[in-house]
Design a protein around this ligand. Structure first.
Ligand SMILES: *Cc1c(COP(=O)(O)O)cnc(C)c1O
Length: 354
C-alpha cells in the first residue's frame, strides 16, 4: 500500500476471484464458466473487419445489443442497460439505489461481490441468515426499508427462490428497489423478467458469462422499469460511458440471437448436473438442490478444505470458501460429461477406504 491511498480506498474490501491459472493443466470447475465455446454466430460476428474498426469508440448507448436483448425478453429498449459484465451493472445498482439513508439487505451466504460494493460505496448492510437448509425466507426482508439484493438462484448454494415469493416482496413495499441477480437463472430457475412490466421497483440483472459462454467477453445487462434504467445510466455515464467494447457488443448480440445454441448448451449442463448429483450422492455426498451450473456438496468423509486441496493435486480445480456455515462444502462447476466423469473418478479414489 502506498502512503497516497485515500481513506475511502482503504475501506475497500476487494472481491477475491476464483483462481485463473494461466496454463491449461487443470480441469477448471471453480468459476462457473461454460465448458462450451460461444455460439458459432459469435465467431462470425467478430470478424477481422470488425477488429480493424477498433480505432473507433464503441456505441455508448449499446443500441444494437440492447435492442437484441429487449427483443429476446419481450421488453422495450428503454428497459435494458448493458455493462462490462453484470458485476459492473451490480456496481451501478449499488451506487444508484443505496447510499445515505438507504441501506442494503442480502443473505449471509451469497455472492461475495455484494460485500465489495458495500465497502466501496460505504453502504450500510444487513446480512440476513439463510435458513438451516440454506433456503431464503423472503419474510425476513419484508420490513427492511432499504434496497434488497437477492441472487436467484443463489451462489454458492445453487438454490432458487420461487418467483411468487419475490412477487410478495415487491408488493410488500413498492418504495423499495429489489434487485434480483439472475446470473444462473438459465440453468433451471424461474425468472423474474416477466414481472418487469408489472413492478416499477424490480431490477433483474443477468450475464452472458455463464449460460452464453462469454465470460471473457464481459457482457452483463439489467432489465427494469425505464426510470430505474435511466438511474443506472446516470451512474454509467459518470464512470465509464463506453464500458462495453465494440467486439463484445457484436458478440453479445450474436449470442442472444442464437436461441437454439443457447437452449442446447443449457440443456446439456442440466443433464450433466443431474448425472453429477447422482454420482456424488452415491459416494455419500450431500448435494444441495441446484438450479444453477454448479453444485454445492459436502461429504462426512472428507472436509471441504481437504477435498479442495486433494482435487487440486489431482489437476481438478473446484471452489472452497473458508467461511462459517459453508466450510464443509465445495462448489463444483458443471462442465462437460468427460470433465464430470474425471471429477467423480478422482473423488472415488480420494474417498476410498474413508
Ligand atoms: C458470475 C456472477 C455474476 C457476474 O458475472 P459477470 O461475469 O460479471 O457478468 C453476478 N452474480 C453472480 C451471483 C455470479 O455468480
Amino acid at each position: 500500500m502506498s502512503r497516497f491511498l485515500s481513506p475511502e480506498a482503504l475501506r475497500c474490501a476487494p472481491y477475491t476471484p476464483g483462481e485463473q491459472p494461466r496454463d491449461q493443466r487443470y480441469i477448471k470447475l471453480n468459476t462457473n464458466e461454460s465448458p462450451f465455446p460461444p455460439s458459432p454466430k459469435v465467431l462470425e460476428a467478430v470478424s477481422r473487419t470488425e477488429v480493424e474498426k477498433l480505432y473507433l469508440y464503441s456505441d455508448p448507448t449499446c443500441a444494437a445489443l440492447n435492442t437484441a436483448i429487449a427483443k429476446r425478453y419481450g421488453l422495450g429498449v428503454e428497459n435494458v442497460i448493458s455493462g462490462n459484465g453484470s458485476d459492473e451493472i451490480l456496481a451501478f445498482a449499488f451506487r444508484a439505489f443505496c447510499g445515505e439513508g438507504t441501506g442494503v439487505a442480502f443473505a449471509d451466504i451469497t455472492y461475495g461481490f455484494y460485500e465489495a460494493q458495500v465497502a466501496l460505496f460505504g453502504v450500510e448492510a444487513l446480512r440476513l441468515p439463510l435458513d438451516g437448509d440454506f433456503s431464503l425466507r423472503v419474510e425476513d426482508y419484508m420490513d427492511f426499508p432499504g434496497t434488497v439484493v437477492i441472487a436467484n438462484p443463489n451462489a454458492p448454494t445453487g438454490m432458487a427462490v420461487p418467483v411468487s415469493h419475490i412477487r410478495r416482496l415487491l408488493e410488500s413495499n413498492p418504495n423499495r428497489v429489489v434487485v434480483v441477480d439472475e446470473a444462473y437463472v438459465d440453468f433451471g430457475a424461474e425468472s423474474c423478467v416477466p414481472l418487469v412490466r408489472e413492478y416499477g421497483n424490480l431490477l433483474v440483472t443477468q450475464t452472458m458469462s455463464k449460460s452464453r459462454s462469454l465470460a471473457g467477453g464481459r457482457i452483463g445487462f439489467a432489465l427494469g422499469d425505464s426510470e430505474l434504467i435511466e438511474d443506472l445510466n446516470r451512474v454509467k455515464y459518470s464512470l465509464n460511458p463506453y464500458s462495453v467494447n465494440r467486439l463484445s457488443l457484436l458478440a453479445g448480440a450474436a449470442a442472444i440471437e442464437d436461441e437454439e445454441y443457447f437452449q442446447a448448451s443449457c440443456q446439456t449442463v442440466r443433464e450433466n448436473r443431474v448425472w453429477t448429483t447422482g454420482a456424488l450422492e452415491e459416494r455419500g455426498f450431500t448435494v444441495l438442490p441446484s438450479s444453477a451450473n454448479f453444485v454445492f456438496a459436502r461429504s462426512a468423509r472428507i472436509s471441504g478444505g481437504e477435498l479442495y486441496r486433494r482435487l487440486k493435486e489431482n489437476g481438478i480445480l473446484v471452489r472452497w470458501f473458508d467461511k462459517d456455515r459453508i466450510r464443509d462444502f465445495v462448489r463444483i462447476t458443471i462442465g462437460s460429461k468427460e470433465q464430470m466423469e474425471a471429477l467423480v473418478e478422482s473423488i472415488r479414489r480420494l474417498t476410498a477406504g474413508r
